[in-house]
Design a protein around this ligand. Structure first.
Ligand SMILES: Nc1ncnc2c1ncn2[C@@H]1O[C@H](COP(=O)(O)OP(=O)(O)O)[C@@H](O)[C@H]1O
Ligand SMILES: [Mg+2]
Length: 354
């Protein structure tokens, strides 16, 4: 199902929880709704599901406005964080529930439940009750139950938040495969950036009720539109006073107040390794972590802790050692705008990915 949301707003009393949110989702895509707790993610899902009324804005499924449609007529499957399985029902009965409500015939219910039991890897567990299952298995039952009535849109609200890390990792790729096979349009809410990047085709970053940016994880990473997005996706160090950076004084356009540095924006090494030594600043190696294919190096530069990677092929650095640091590029911003800029002192600037 193609989903279109236009100018969605929601207040709870005086509190403006969802602010003018608009987006579209292509049929069959899996979108990650990512942002800190309290940002408005659940409120957006609940409005899509018809469990909450927007103050203003339009929700359009298949080209048809559904604002007035009750939840049961919206063809939506919902999976919550806390399983919410029916405790007194077996796995079979849980999965069959939606079809029984729709008064499907017995044979169809049986066929569909068995199909989903297969699809979700729950064969042999049909007669068990929720308390006889692991967290991961329960959540798979929740998926099967949501998919049984053949919804057109699947809403997943932090479905793995209550599951321990190792199983969660397995469930991510399992979910991706499942959704790809079923081909259903889905929205996956999470506050975990790794989870969103791994699971979703596209990500929407939600912060304080606003949609700050929508795009593929790579698009967002290489060209963040707001400082919030820049810090939320990927590793970075914030430099409160951008004028401390060497080589960024003639920032194209405005004057930056703050800067963000990512690991791949900087290079560390001995002074002789750099062509343009005058563009480097002095730092001290704090820690070295062996990362299989390279070193992750933490350096301190003028009171800031930066991290970067260094090839195993190069001379090994030691903690406490003084080294040269070249900041190739920085994400700069002030109150008006944000932009990525190359170090102006460098000989041959590295390509910028925008
Ligand atoms: N029914 C409600 N009544 C009052 N405030 C609410 C209600 N639902 C959500 N909120 C508030 O709206 C904000 C957004 O909540 P929510 O959509 O649950 O965020 P998220 O899912 O991103 O954590 C929060 O500050 C929350 O306290
Ligand atoms: Mg929530």
């Amino acid at each position: 199902m193609h989903v279109e949301v236009r100018g969605l707003n929601k207040h709870f009393g005086d509190f403006h929880a969802v602010k003018d949110v608009s987006f579209g989702i292509t049929k069959g895509h899996l979108i990650g709704l990512l942002g800190p707790s309290g940002g408005g993610k659940t409120s957006i899902l609940r409005m899509l599901a018809g469990l909450e009324n927007p103050d203003s804005g339009e929700i359009v499924f298949h080209g048809k406005t559904v604002n007035q449609l009750p939840p049961q007529e919206r063809e939506i499957g919902f999976v919550f964080q806390n399983y919410a399985l029916f405790k007194h029902m077996t796995v079979y009965e849980n999965i069959a529930f939606g079809l029984k409500v729709k008064k499907a015939n017995k044979q169809h219910i049986k066929d569909r439940v068995m199909e989903l039991v297969e699809l979700t890897g729950l064969k042999g567990f049909e007669k068990r009750y929720p308390h006889q299952l692991s967290g991961g298995q329960r959540q798979r039952v929740a998926f099967a139950r949501a998919l049984a009535p053949e919804p057109q849109l699947l809403l997943l609200d932090e479905p793995f938040a209550a599951i321990d890390a190792k199983i969660r990792q397995e469930l991510r790729s399992w979910l991706r495969d499942l959704i790809e096979r079923v081909g259903i349009t889905s929205i996956f809410v999470t506050h975990d950036q790794d989870e969103a990047i791994e699971v979703a085709d596209e990500i929407m970053i939600i912060n304080q009720g606003r949609l700050e940016q929508k795009g593929t994880p790579w698009d967002i990473y290489k060209a963040p539109k707001t400082p919030f997005v820049a810090t939320f996706i990927g590793e970075s160090t914030l430099i409160e006073n951008a004028s401390e950076l060497k080589g960024f004084a003639n920032a194209g356009g405005g004057k930056p107040t703050k800067a963000l540095i990512r690991p791949e924006y900087i290079e560390v090494g001995h002074l002789h390794e750099f062509k343009m030594a005058s563009a480097t600043v002095q730092g001290v190696v704090k820690h070295l972590h062996f990362r299989g294919s390279e070193w992750l190096i933490e350096v301190e530069v003028g009171g800031h802790k930066l991290s970067t990677y260094r090839s195993l092929e190069k001379e090994t650095l030691q903690p406490g050692q003084e080294i040269a640091v070249l900041v190739h590029r920085a994400y700069l911003f002030n109150d008006e705008r944000s932009w990525i800029q190359e170090n102006g002192l460098k000989e041959d600037p590295m390509p910028v990915f925008i």
